[in-house]
Design a protein around this ligand. Structure first.
Ligand code: 5CA
Ligand code: ZN
Length: 405
């Protein structure tokens, strides 16, 4: 799938830092320690509706990771998927009377435009589930052959499931207890009550063809893939069996990242799948998580259409810490726009060089992406009329992704 154009990234003087990030699997802030090429997989959208500010906040978080690694001299191999066939997409297409592929195409187009406006560095590989169908069916067959997967005894639909006990340490990524896992599985697309499964938490790998549903040929028979195998396969076939970071919003901690890690580890025989599992908090509106099902969405494309500066959106979303669940509001946007105006004036100013400000930006970002501290630092620089603009302006562009000039 075509991704989107890369924003130019200005060079800045000095040396980058080793980035430390919170890891869900260990519950600690840990150093990321990539080799010359850092590898990152961030779960992409399910394209049945436009990009909202919650999605944007999550992609901005990992864009900062990308920028910090580049600043530290790494190449970055970034892969993102598109869940372009799944229940929510098919249900929405059915409801609206549009062909599911058309709906996906339209929403992916909007997403690309939104990411471009927000100056998010694109993934090198942007891969739809449909494009990866052969890879996915090969992996499911491999799991069946090895005994890690099985079919349910259902005469009509002998769907294929993954046996969670085959990984030997299912649950290590989320560290949730069994009742929590069961609840979240039921809430987030799993089917713990399906009769015939070995364990209630076993996730679907291959759903046999149902009337009216799209399906693809496979050694298992016609059907379509489960959700978690898609990400396990797209990531590991491009980045190898062990990646530096698996990212997404905190609603993906379980079951999605737990199951995709388990699939990838059983397929490769290597663990852990990711050295860091990093999750962004949920953006809410009026006290509730912003989500398609609740309908309380603020779309990036709508704000752009209204003339809101995407750099103000970016600053507004980065004004809270990425791990914190936080609310979007008109006030957040107004404060961000005012800040952006002050920073823009300061960026064209002549005066004394302020290399310590650039170093402080790096230090705060290296500390688990402490953007509130970065904003305070840059605010102080903007308020000091004696300081020069250009070097700090470039650092704000390169590291924070906010273009000032
Ligand atoms: N296609 C799957 C991942 S493979 C998916 O979750 N798609 S999504 O469109 O529902 O979400 C895309 C990304 O946005 C995910 O990382 C999700 O965790 C994140 N996200 C969704 N809602 C919010 C929110 N309100 N705040 C922050 N991030 C969110
Ligand atoms: Zn995913």
């Amino acid at each position: 799938m075509q991704s989107w154009p890369s924003p130019p990234i200005p060079g800045i003087s000095g040396t980058g830092r080793q980035l430390r990030l919170y890891d869900s699997a260990s519950g600690e802030v840990r150093p990321s320690d990539p080799g010359p090429t850092a590898t990152m997989y961030v779960c992409g959208i399910t394209p049945y509706d436009a990009t909202h500010l919650g999605h944007a906040a999550t992609y901005l978080t990992f864009d900062l990771v990308h920028r910090m690694w580049l600043d530290a001299g790494h190449r970055v191999h970034y892969v993102q998927n598109i869940t372009d066939v799944d229940d929510p997409l098919l249900e929405r297409a059915q409801r609206d009377g549009v062909f599911w592929r058309k709906l996906a195409e339209r929403e992916i187009g909007l997403f690309r435009d939104d990411m471009t406006a927000l100056r998010v560095i694109p993934p090198a590989d942007y891969i739809g589930a449909v494009e990866a169908m052969d890879e996915i069916t090969t992996a499911v067959q491999q799991l069946l052959d090895s005994g890690a997967a099985y079919r349910v005894a259902d005469a009509d639909y002998p769907d294929v499931y993954f046996d969670v006990t085959s990984s030997g340490h299912f649950g290590y990524e989320s560290r949730y207890d069994e009742p929590t896992m069961l609840r979240l599985s039921a809430e987030r697309g799993g089917d713990p009550d399906r009769p015939g499964k070995r364990q209630p938490l076993d996730p679907l790998l291959w759903r046999m063809d149902r009337p009216g549903e799209p399906s693809w040929p496979s050694p298992m028979g016609r059907g379509r893939p489960g959700w978690h195998i898609e990400c396990a396969v797209i990531a590991s076939n491009r980045l190898g069996p062990t990646i530096d970071l698996q990212g997404g919003g905190s609603d993906l901690i379980f079951p999605h990242h737990e199951c995709s890690a388990a699939h990838a580890e059983v397929l490769s025989g290597k663990r852990p799948f990711a050295r860091l599992y990093t999750h962004a908090g949920m953006i809410g509106l009026d006290g509730e998580k912003m989500s398609k099902s609740k309908g309380n969405l603020v779309f990036v494309s709508r704000l752009l259409h209204q003339g809101v500066d995407p750099m103000a959106m970016r600053l507004g979303l980065l004004s809270g810490h990425y791990r914190q669940d936080r609310a979007w509001s008109d006030e957040v946007l107004i404060t961000a726009q005012e800040r952006l105006d002050r920073w823009r004036k300061a960026a064209v100013r002549s005066g004394a060089q302020a290399p310590a400000v650039v170093e402080a930006i790096r230090d705060h970002l290296a500390d688990d992406l402490d953007t509130p501290a970065v904003l305070a630092e840059v605010d102080a620089w903007a308020a000091d009329d004696t300081l020069d603009g250009s070097a700090v302006g470039d650092a704000v562009d390169a590291l924070l992704g906010v273009k000032l000039t």
